[in-house]
Design a protein around this ligand. Structure first.
Ligand code: NAG
Ligand code: NAG
Ligand code: NAG
Length: 211
């Protein structure tokens, strides 16, 4: 799935709203443009933050009611007369910023720019173990949080309490494996959580069957 994160420009009152705000791969997203300025002659959508020809997706010329497509057009984008952009069958490649440039009458060089960014949504993690049936006070158990990704911070939860993390393991990609020495009965459930700069998601809890 993909999660949409907004980056609103400070200089423009134009806002862009994504519908839905969370979009899964293969689904469609509509970028609604609000507070359109008056006296526009065209809108141009770009992939990324640069308004150069290479990133030109599509444009709408208001008087002529004409749609023009550019080099960054994938065949899945539709610009409407109200400037909104529909992106169909969203892929991971669609992640990143989008810029809308609004061409005003008598002022061809300046446009109004808005951005939004698609971020991949975190996958739900799960826990694997070297031993789900350890002997009480005899076996060390390691729990591993899957998936392994350098960009995530891993946090372990035991019985609803997050475990403190040593500074060494606080960096993203570390703390993925939890070692339990001499496990006893009645501990757990265990959960692992992954975090990135957009959000966080927890695994289902697991309970060890201590013999
Ligand atoms: C613009 O047009 C699209 C497609 O017809 C529509 O879904 C959307 O609600 C319209 N409004 C805005 C504010 O973009
Ligand atoms: C979106 O995907 C469906 C199913 O794969 C396909 O039939 C449809 O043509 C695609 N639409 C666009 C605009 O690519
Ligand atoms: C994503 O982009 C890469 C590199 O440009 C390309 O090889 C790949 O086919 C693209 N995937 C999709 C699903 O569009």
């Amino acid at each position: 799935s993909l999660l949409i994160f907004w980056n609103t420009p400070t200089t423009a009152q134009v806002t862009i709203e994504a519908q839905p705000t969370k979009v899964s791969e293969g689904k469609d997203v509509l970028l609604l443009v609000h507070n359109l300025p008056q006296n526009l002659i065209a809108y141009i959508w770009y992939k990324g933050q640069k308004t150069d020809f290479r990133h030109y997706i599509t444009s709408y010329v208001i008087d002529a009611e004409t749609i023009i497509v550019g080099p960054a057009y994938s065949g899945r984008e539709t610009v409407y007369s109200n400037a909104s952009l529909l992106i169909q069958n969203v892929t991971k490649n669609d992640t990143g910023s989008y810029t809308i440039q609004m061409i005003k009458q008598g002022d061809k060089t300046k446009g109004v720019i808005g951005h939004f960014t698609l971020y991949p949504e975190l996958p739900k993690p799960y826990i694997t173990s070297n031993n789900f049936n350890p002997m009480e006070n005899k076996n060390d158990v390691s729990l591993t949080c899957v998936p392994k990704t350098q960009g995530y911070t891993y946090v372990w939860w035991v019985n609803g309490q997050s475990l403190p993390v040593s500074p060494r393991l606080k960096q993203p990609g570390k703390n993925r494996i939890l070692i339990l020495a001499n496990v006893t009965r009645n501990t757990g459930p265990y959960e692992c959580e992954i975090r990135d700069r957009v959000g966080s998601i927890c695994s289902d809890p697991i309970i060890l069957d201590v013999l």
